[in-house]
Design a protein around this ligand. Structure first.
Ligand SMILES: O=P(O)(O)O[C@H]1O[C@H](CO)[C@@H](O)[C@H]1O
Ligand SMILES: O=c1cc[nH]c(=O)[nH]1
Length: 290
């Protein structure tokens, strides 16, 4: 079936609407970052950069890092942007853009997020690296899709009960990382994590500046949730959306985060950029050996 022009929007040069990319512009291993300025901080380690583009917050650079072709894409902030980035990347590899038809053969991408995050547990220090074994979706974007086969209702129900989760908010969803990537990034330099993904930075992550929260105790209840030794480790704004859409579309993903704040201790890194730089070096070395 042909996909209508209004559903798969393309630019005049045939590139996908928001990312400005054509199929030949991307590698099969893609690093996601939130911040568009982080793209160059990664590709400056590359031997060569063959392609660069940017539209809005979505910057892409593709090149060679120690013999391996990689793309780096900035996703901007939040799960709503991940909906755009993952659907458009998937279209680049799994839809014939000229015919506007889904290809018979499926192509799977490797997606590795290099992000920043705030730890929720006192014992995960600022400066640590964390690989999310699981994601807890607190924002709801994924409910637009059929998620019943990729989520974990047992943990979700326990979390809903423990927190007294308001039924006026979207049901939280638990989604695992890709098993092979999780195994590969399971080493002593990096904390294994259960990452909560919020739809905002302030209220949705329990921060109070001037506005009172719907549930002032929610962060404390998230911190104290334990299910079969699993504790929620950190808060950020993309991981669950990446895991959910990757699973639904048949791609492999893992999210790595530089811990730049500790919410339980009330601390913030004096040099967050340095922590991100170290996570970039760590990640590139691991990808090189993959
Ligand atoms: O540093 P990035 O990758 O953007 O990640 C984190 O930082 C942003 C908020 O400051 C959110 O996108 C959050 O997920
Ligand atoms: O606390 C934090 C730190 C970085 N990014 C977030 O989304 N939250």
């Amino acid at each position: 079936m042909k996909i209508a022009e209004s559903e798969l929007m393309l630019n005049a040069d045939g590139s996908v609407y928001h990312l400005n990319l054509r199929p030949e512009n991307i590698a099969s291993t893609i690093i996601f970052v939130g911040d568009q300025d982080r793209v160059g901080k990664i590709t400056r380690h590359f031997d060569t950069v063959e392609f660069t583009t940017q539209k809005r917050e979505f910057r892409t650079e593709t090149g060679i890092y120690r013999g391996k072709r990689l793309s780096v894409i900035s996703t901007g902030i939040g799960p709503d942007n991940i909906d755009i980035v993952l659907n458009e990347l998937d279209a680049l590899v799994n839809i014939d853009l000229e015919e506007r038809k889904v290809k018979k053969e499926h192509t799977s991408l490797n997606i590795i997020r290099v992000g920043t995050s705030g730890a929720l547990q006192k014992d995960i220090p600022v400066g640590a690296f964390l690989a999310s074994s699981f994601a807890l979706d607190l924002n709801g974007m994924l409910h637009a899709y059929r998620t019943e086969n990729i989520t974990d209702p047992e943990i979700e129900d326990a979390f809903i009960k423990h927190t007294g989760w308001s039924d006026r908010k979207a049901r939280p969803l638990v989604i695992p990382a890709d098993e092979k990537l999780r195994e590969y990034f399971n080493d002593e330099e990096i904390y294994p994590g259960f990452t909560a993904t919020a739809g905002g930075f302030y209220g949705p992550q329990g921060r109070v500046l001037r506005l009172p929260l719907q549930d002032a105790e929610l962060n404390r209840k998230i911190d104290s949730f334990i299910h079969k030794e699993l504790k929620i480790t950190n808060l950020e704004m993309e991981t669950s959306a990446i895991y959910g859409l990757s699973r639904l579309l048949g791609h492999r993903s893992i999210s790595l985060n530089a811990i730049i704040a500790n919410r339980a201790n009330g601390t913030f890194a004096s040099q967050p950029k340095k922590i991100v730089e170290s996570l970039i070096s760590y990640t590139l070395e691991k990808i090189h050996k993959m």
